[in-house]
Design a protein around this ligand. Structure first.
Ligand code: HEC
Length: 249
C-alpha cells in the first residue's frame, strides 16, 4: 500500500498540472496584449494627483470623448477640485446641455448646463458606456485605458473584422465598437505638453482615474497616519511593558 505521503504528493501533482492546463487554456481564449505599467503620480503609498495632468485629461475628455461618452457621476463643479476656477467651470458647463422635465405635451426641452449638473456628454452614442467608474471598472485601471486608447492597429491578415468593429489587441476579443478616438494632435495643450497619442491617452486615463476615485489622496494620507500611529503606539506599549515587568524580575 502506498503511504499517505506518496498519495498526497501524487494528488498535489495532479492538481497542479490541472491548474496549469486550465490557466493556459484561459490565456488562449482571452489573449489580450500585455498592458505596460505606466508610472502615474497617484501610484504607490505617497501617491498624489498631478492637477496639471488631470486638467489636460479633462480637456481630452471634453474635446474628444464627450461626443460619445457621459460622466454621470461627476458634476461640473467637481472640476474645481482639479484646479479649474468658478468662472472656468461655468464656461465649461455652458458648452453642455441638460434635459428638462417633459412639458404638457411630453416634449423635453434642453437648456445649458449649470455647475451643479452632472456631465451628460455632448452627444452620447447609445452603445458607449458611461466613463465615471471606468478608471476602476477594468483590470489594469488607468494602465489599461491608456494601452487601449494608444493600442489600435491594422487587423492582422488572418482576422476577419465584424462590420462596425475595429481591431485593438488590448480589448477582450480584439474587436471593439469604438473607432480610434485619438490620432495625435487632437487637442492643443496650453502648457506646451506634447500631444502625442500616448501623452493624450495617459492624461485622459489619469483624469478618468480621478473621476472614479476623487478621494484617493485622502485615503492614502489616512493610511500614512494610521501606520505612524501604530508605530508610535507599539513604542509606547513596549515602554509600558518594560516598566511593568521591571519590578517583577
Ligand atoms: C465615436 C464615439 C466614441 C468616442 C469619440 C469615444 N468612444 Fe470610447 N467607446 C465608444 C463605444 C461605442 C464603446 C463600446 C465599445 C465596445 O464595447 O465594443 C466605447 C468604449 C470605451 C471604453 C471601455 C472599453 C472596455 O474595456 O469596455 C473606454 C475606457 C473608452 N471608450 C474611453 C474613451 C475615451 C477616453 C475617449 C476619448 C479619448 C473615447 N472613449 C472616445 C465610443 C466612443
Amino acid at each position: 500500500m502506498k503511504s499517505l505521503f506518496t498519495k498526497s504528493v501524487f494528488a498535489a501533482a495532479v492538481l497542479a498540472a490541472g491548474l496549469g492546463l486550465a490557466s493556459e487554456r484561459a490565456l488562449a481564449a482571452g489573449e489580450t496584449a500585455h498592458v505596460e505599467d505606466t508610472h502615474f503620480s497617484f501610484d504607490g503609498f505617497f501617491g498624489h494627483w498631478d492637477k496639471a495632468q488631470l486638467q489636460r485629461g479633462f480637456q481630452v475628455y471634453n474635446e474628444i470623448c464627450s461626443s460619445c461618452h457621459s460622466l454621470h457621476l461627476v458634476a461640473f463643479r467637481n472640476l474645481e477640485e482639479i484646479g479649474f476656477n468658478e468662472d472656468e467651470v461655468k464656461a465649461i458647463a455652458a458648452q453642455y446641455s441638460v434635459l428638462g422635465e417633459p412639458d404638457f405635451y411630453g416634449d423635453v426641452t434642453e437648456s445649458p448646463a449649470e455647475p451643479a449638473d452632472r456631465i451628460r456628454g455632448k452627444g452620447v452614442a447609445e452603445n458607449a458606456p458611461d466613463l465615471s467608474l471606468m478608471g476602476k471598472a477594468r483590470v489594469g485601471g488607468p494602465d489599461y485605458i491608456k494601452a487601449l486608447l494608444a493600442g489600435y492597429e491594422e487587423a492582422p491578415a488572418d482576422v476577419e473584422l465584424q462590420p462596425g468593429l475595429y481591431y485593438n489587441p488590448y480589448f477582450p476579443g480584439h474587436q471593439i465598437a469604438m473607432p480610434q478616438p485619438l490620432l495625435g494632435d487632437d487637442v492643443t495643450y496650453s502648457d506646451g505638453t506634447p500631444t502625442t497619442v500616448e501623452q493624450q491617452s495617459e492624461d485622459v486615463a489619469a483624469f478618468l482615474m480621478w473621476a472614479s476615485e476623487p478621494m484617493l489622496e485622502d485615503r492614502k494620507r489616512m493610511g500614512i497616519k494610521v501606520i505612524l500611529f501604530l508605530i508610535i503606539f507599539t513604542g509606547l506599549l513596549y515602554a509600558v511593558k518594560r516598566k511593568v515587568w521591571a519590578d517583577l524580575h
